[in-house]
Write a protein that binds this ligand. Sequence first.
Ligand code: HEM
Ligand code: HEM
Length: 541
Amino acid sequence: MSTATDTQRKAPAGERVADWADGRLGIYSLAKANMRKIFPDHWSFMLGEVALYSFIIIILTGVYLTLFFQPSMGEVVYHGSYEPMQGIRMSEAYASTLDISFDVRGGLLVRQIHHWAALIFLAGMFVHMMRVFFTGAFRKPREINWLFGFLLFVLGMFTGFTGYSLPDDLLSGTGVRFTQGAILSMPIVGTYISMFLFGGEFPGHDFVARFYSIHILLLPGIMLGLLVAHLILVFYHKHTQFAGPGRTNKNVVGMPLMPVYMAKAGGFFFLVFGIIAVIAAIATINPIWNIGPYRPDQVSTGAQPDWYMGFAEGLIRVMPGWEINLWGHTLVLGVFIPLMVFGLVLAVIAVYPFVESWITGDKREHHILDRPRNAPTRTAFGVAWITEYVVVFIGGANDLWATHFHLSLNAISWFVRIFIFAGPIIAFIVTRRICLGLQRRDKEKVLHGRESGIIKRLPHGEFVEIHEPLGPEQLHTLTAHEQYEPVEIGPTVDENGVKRKVSALQKLRARLSKGYYGENNQIAKPTVEEYKEITSGHGHH
Ligand code: HEM
Ligand code: HEM
């Protein structure tokens, strides 16, 4: 029993701190509402986490690099500890990156972790985006979060580009020159943008300092804001889940944030950090001391951008060098068209959720994920997009393919020029057929059970394979998906026989909708009657 003296006794220190903070920040109600938030489990949900943790690692290592990096193009003569470069003229940026690599304690490792984390960050984001795409997690209400993610992806690419341009070595200088060429190909605005970035003629004396503030402040600042918004929205919408017994569009089945998910996430952070650190410790990335300082009159051989810029590079490498003259101005189509295609391919990603919901006419909320096979047209689009990406990526490394595999550079360029068009079409057709095949297989499994591999001989000599019926859980998972009807135009004449006007847009939408959910584009799910009929013994194997 408590007495008056008991209640007046001072609360433990931890509780007093918590009370103090709660009185000012209201954390108790905030924590109470969110600590038990449920997160569903699936291996593919960790891909966003990989992106998140590598981003944190990038920031941590980036801060360390800022302590030693000199963002200046002022010329110095090198006198550091790397012997082969003694007495060579170079920019302060390049010299300080050499110092980070050879004279700063732990500098090379941190530089390598920063660079490797950047590569893994973008790869993580890319695969995360694919996961969201192929499972339809971008559907209502998550379209805005898809857009936030998309912006993160684009900004991530440019942050990476500005980052690897900072050391002012021959490789990055070649990349910057390439970018300046692309900027200049833009009519009217190109020269202005180039002036703003380079402060005059290329390369000038300013771009490292300008890229530096863009790289360490402007872009990461915007990204951090977007990322917080992205994660708040994941919290607010709750995470999607795959279909399964007991899972509906109105609940989330999984583990609570505290303590289970937090413990897992914390461990996973250290795992990601550890793996990146090991890779950075054993695999050299960007050995600028082998490449040398940038001089505009030199180009290093085998010059390749980081992987996420390979797509842009490839588009330009395989494009014929077309040029036209208009009113005394030269329009370099060989560069301008690839630049526009690059923008277009990115724009398609951004608007896809809105286009799909317009085509399918589906305005409902979705919290249960699709299995990619059950959305064959979407899956086929995704694979076609990736195919395009890979083909152009090959084009971006045409010189390396040529030297490593003893192929002709022209043959590779022609391969890319043909498959840039043919590749996505073939991938689309093949993927859709595979998806439909898998749907048929699911149907077969539901109705006739799983092939057990056990062959039985019947008394009259016939051989049959025993099929094992599926358990209720699997039956549920294989039949939980919804099947849509395509959007119809409806009758073109009204009840009085008067012709109704149907716009070209409506017609296009109906055709596309048929492409998504028409008769040949999805396999009808087994009905309960069919299932009962077959499992009751009539169609028994
Ligand atoms: C800085 C980069 C990014 C980070 C750190 C990040 C982080 C995350 C995390 C941790 C989740 C929850 C776990 C998961 O589903 O994986 C998530 C969900 C989500 N992300 Fe990202 N993401 C990033 C970029 C992107 C991109 C590029 C897209 C798409 C264009 C995207 C779209 C989404 C969507 C729609 C969800 C909700 C998925 C669901 O509830 O199933 N994110 N993100
Ligand atoms: C998404 C975010 C970021 C990405 C993708 C990224 C990527 C890169 C890359 C690829 C390099 C070239 C590294 C090399 O091989 O030398 C680099 C350099 C650098 N980054 Fe970042 N970075 C990011 C954010 C940051 C932030 C937030 C900071 C600082 C707070 C930072 C500071 C630096 C510095 C000082 C350098 C030049 C030193 C060097 O090249 O070693 N970075 N960054």
